[in-house]
Design a protein around this ligand. Structure first.
Ligand SMILES: C[S@@+](CC[C@H](N)C(=O)[O-])C[C@H]1O[C@@H](n2cnc3c(N)ncnc32)[C@H](O)[C@@H]1O
Length: 172
């Protein structure tokens, strides 16, 4: 078990709703998704606040995280609500998602990765997003410049870039 797994298992064990509700900046952005019943990948989903929010809005979600405890808490909520959320307990760095996802959300995930793994991971995620699909990243401001540059280099349309949120549309 890695230090990150231990850290989050402990945090989530002690506090079943650790991150609270999905942030307002995030929900506003998610409401900009222009598709219905899409397939959305939530990377580093944790206890699933964003996955649950997305599922309640009619999307299918794949929730990936390395914390068994966070995902078990999510599983209980998924079963209570009969939500279409697939739960994947895995290190995101070794997970290969389906192709042609409608959106990928990464809420406070990138700062958890080692510096030298961030760019490569974003590039991998970009390959799994369909053209005209959404990349939604929220994170500490210090990690955003490299991610922003890569999105621009790949000609993504940056629809929103403020309050620690990067919301970008993949070119056709
Ligand atoms: C700051 S929390 C954010 C959780 C969730 N996205 C939210 O906003 O509520 C970071 C999450 O990333 C997960 N995580 C960190 N490194 C990971 C990795 N390599 N693979 C999968 N999950 C990871 C942690 O277990 C934790 O749940």
């Amino acid at each position: 078990m890695t230090a990150v797994m231990k850290k989050y298992d402990k945090i989530y064990q002690n506090e079943p709703d650790y991150f609270g509700h999905t942030s307002k900046h995030y929900t506003t952005t998610i409401s900009g998704f222009d598709f219905e019943n899409g397939l959305v990948l939530d990377v580093g989903a944790g206890q699933g606040r964003d996955a649950l929010y997305l599922a309640a809005r009619g999307h299918r979600v794949i929730a990936v995280d390395s914390s068994a405890i966070g995902l078990e808490q999510l599983r209980e909520r998924v079963e209570e609500n009969n939500y279409p959320i697939e739960i994947v307990h895995k290190d995101a760095l070794s997970y290969t998602p389906p192709k042609d996802l409608d959106a990928i959300v990464l809420d406070q995930f990138f700062h958890e990765l080692p510096n030298n793994a961030r760019l490569k991971f974003l590039q991998k995620m970009m390959q799994h997003l369909r053209p005209d699909g959404y990349m939604l990243i929220a994170d500490e401001k210090s990690v955003l410049p490299m991610l922003r540059s890569e999105l621009k280099r790949a000609k993504y349309d940056l629809i929103r870039d403020k309050n620690g949120v990067l919301f970008a549309l993949k070119p056709l």
